[in-house]
Design a protein around this ligand. Structure first.
Ligand code: GAL
Length: 696
């Protein structure tokens, strides 16, 4: 079976080995005596486990002393797994350097911003610049590839684990200077880019330039931004070095690493270097919006893949152990969350971890097989899901196509949460997640993009709090609108360029002509303060719009735009809070304040409506709807996140893959609380999950 999404022979080899939706998890056999291994494989088979991530934290067990390797146990477990038909996602174990390495070469340990060198006893404690760390971690990766490259169980490479080690040591300092020299060429250019005329920071010699260690007061924001870029690039270098080595030895084996939404690593850039995108997702069962946040992250992963497969590499079978209070997933909710990932394009459902550890930092973290063994509810649900997933194997490789995109950009994340802004409480992740949630509640498919991506497939583009905007981003947004797109952009966007330098000519300098208005003054509101907002007088597409504004007010002056909604009280009473601007064949809506959730959703629905974007299927609130398609079939996912039953009146005939039941158009399909249906039917509309006016 080849993957129609890619011509990459590595993915096609992987698909031939592991067709369908892959089920499994992290497996840490080195924590257990051999007799347990036999029970492990027996139970893995019972649960239809087809892939395990092996060896992620095994460095000390594989190399007990410098250059002395012991692969005997890994040989044995690889053979045992393969004898039971289980494939291996074999890890390079670089995430947890063993004590001998840190003791023999203390410089491999990372240093925090305060200059404190980390100790051993945890993980991720390496300096990414250390030549010794680089050498030893690459050496063991090469040993693994030479030894297991032809092993039939080997299906893919798992590079490290959740890269997130930043470091402030002298080696990194030196490398940062090198990175800057390469980026800027001359000191004059660096001085210009960093705005060092401010506070007498002008550098006269490269030796004066350092990474941002603690300073007396506020640090230079452009330097901070570059240090974030540098750290992401530095860690990515570790990934690409290992990837190149492994591809050299095993050209047919795809390589990935597991993302987890880390602020340090620009996953847009990273994903381009990986064969498969993989993600670890831990929605908090105690938080009401956690499934909406998971949907946002899944949409991001699918979009990062840009046609390559993505895999849910880790999730919890029940509770985690790293939060203050770790709530369980209630009956059926792990299953629901697993189908949610598949509904958003994942071709795998995997867990951390297979068997619950009996010792160590994560012994109370749930696992596929809990301490209580086969009698536990978790195991029963895990086993049932693994077997049930066979029924949806055919959705693997089916694609989602969205007509709506939302912008999420690491570079902006680093910049917008920088220092000394008019408001210093920006939470970019939360802001984008809120906007995505409004789209999720509207039940439309959404891609998560940057302004560097091709925007032409989309009818609607949502740009939340996009403070940092390079000149070519402005051009891309302008073209999107002029070509007929519908833009929704929220406050404090288009303010600075890629050097964190204000774009002059009236805020938002990078967007002023596109929104047809400018901001006379930013006017943040104190915590807890609110201002009522209502539709602007006269006929408006937002008739009857009422909202509560908080956190921020733009004092907007309309130019070629017209007001959509106005503040009702306070020093800006009567002034525009939302404006709309027609440009070329499209339209931009600008939101100059933080709207309450209901109002934001009403606005989003209005924008979708005018753009002619509708959900793939009508469903009651709280029922998530997505669609994946192949050339020959449409797969409609209906996921009931509510606490009660929900009824969906089908607009098509098809077969529910999970029950095998034939369904007729017009039939009322009842979904239990946490219930799921996956309805296969021939595709009625052209490729594209959401129907929009221009393709109906
Ligand atoms: C992940 C990590 C796993 C495990 C898990 C616990 O971030 O990759 O090794 O620690 O969290 O939730």
């Amino acid at each position: 079976m080849s993957d129609p999404r890619t011509n990459d022979p590595r993915i096609n080899t992987f698909r031939r080995r592991l067709p369908g939706v892959v089920y499994g998890g992290d497996y840490n056999p080195e924590q257990w005596p051999r007799e347990v291994w036999q029970e492990d494989v027996r139970l893995m088979r019972a649960a239809n486990v087809r892939l395990v991530s092996l060896g992620i934290f095994s460095w000390a067990a594989l190399e007990p002393a410098d250059g002395r390797f012991d692969f005997s146990w890994l040989d044995e477990i690889m053979d045992l797994l393969w004898a039971n038909g289980i494939h291996v996602d074999l890890a390079t174990p670089n995430a947890a350097p063993p004590p001998w390495l840190a003791t023999d070469f203390p410089e491999i340990l990372s240093v925090d911003r305060q200059g404190v060198r980390h100790g051993i006893g945890s993980r991720g404690h390496f300096c990414p610049s250390s030549p010794v760390y680089r050498d030893r971690s690459l050496r063991i990766a090469g040993e693994l590839a030479e030894r297991y490259g032809n092993h039939p169980a080997l299906a893919m490479w798992h590079l490290g684990n959740e890269y997130h080690s930043d470091c402030y040591c002298d080696l990194c300092d030196e490398r940062f200077r090198g990175w800057l020299r390469e980026r800027y060429g001359t000191l004059d250019e660096l001085n210009h880019r960093w705005g060092t005329a401010f506070w007498s920071q002008r550098y006269g010699d490269w030796s004066q330039v350092h990474l941002p260690r603690p300073v007396r007061g506020w640090g230079n924001p452009s330097r901070e931004l570059d240090f974030s870029r540098f750290t992401s690039d530095l860690l990515l270098e570790l990934v690409t070095r290992e990837r190149d080595l492994l591809h050299g030895i095993t050209p047919d084996v795809p390589a990935t690493t597991n993302f987890f939404g880390c602020r340090l690593t620009d996953s847009h850039r990273w994903a381009k270097e990986l064969d498969v995108v993989a993600f670890d997702c831990y929605p908090d069962p105690g938080k009401p919006d956690s499934m909406a946040v998971a949907a946002f992250q899944y949409d991001l992963m699918r979009s990062l893949g840009g046609g390559r497969p993505w895999m849910l590499m880790e999730q919890a079978a029940g509770a985690v152990s790293q939060w203050k209070t770790n709530q369980v997933k209630q009956p059926g909710r792990m299953r629901l969350g697993s189908y949610q990932a598949v509904a958003h394009g994942s071709d795998a459902v995997m867990f951390f971890q297979w068997r619950a550890s009996r010792q160590g930092q994560e012994k109370f973290h749930s696992a596929m097989l809990p301490h209580g063994g086969e009698k536990t509810r978790t195991w029963q649900e895990v086993k049932a899901l693994g077997n049930e997933l066979r029924a949806v194997d055919e959705v693997a490789t089916a694609r989602t196509r969205a007509r709506v995109a939302i912008v999420w950009d690491w570079q902006n994340w680093w910049a917008v949460e920088g220092c000394a802004h008019p408001d210093n409480t920006f939470d970019y992740r939360d802001t984008v997640a809120r906007h995505h949630r409004a789209l999720w509640n509207s039940q439309v498919a959404v891609d998560v993009v940057t302004l560097d991506d091709d925007l032409s497939p989309y009818r609607v583009l949502v740009v939340p709090n996009h403070y940092l905007m390079a000149r070519h981003h402005t051009a891309a947004v302008r073209k999107f609108v002029e070509d007929g797109g519908h833009l929704l952009v929220s406050y404090f966007s288009g303010i600075v360029d890629e050097d964190d330098r204000v774009v002059e000519g009236g805020y938002p300098g990078a967007l002023r002509e596109i929104i047809g208005a400018h901001v006379r003054e930013f006017s943040p509101l104190p915590a807890g303060a609110t201002v009522p907002v209502r539709a602007a007088p006269g006929p408006t597409p937002l008739d009857g719009f009422l909202a509560t504004a908080s956190a921020w007010q733009d004092d907007l002056e309309t130019e070629t735009a017209r007001p959509l909604a106005v503040y009702r009280e306070g020093h800006l009473a009567g002034g525009a809070a939302l404006v709309e601007h027609e440009l070329g064949r499209g339209r931009a809506v600008y939101v100059g304040t933080r709207l309450d959730d209901d109002a934001l959703e009403a606005l989003v629905r209005q924008v979708l409506d005018r753009a002619g974007v509708r959900p793939a299927h009508a469903a009651p609130r709280g029922v998530e709807v997505t669609e994946r398609r192949t050339e020959t079939s449409a797969y409609l996912f209906l996921l009931n996140h509510r606490q009660d039953k929900a009824t969906v009146t089908l607009d098509r005939s098809g077969t529910d893959l999970l029950t095998g039941r034939r369904l007729q158009a017009g039939e009322r399909l009842v979904l239990d609380a946490a219930g799921v249906a996956v309805v296969r039917s021939p595709p009625a509309t052209p490729q594209g999950a959401d129907r929009s006016s221009d393709d109906s």
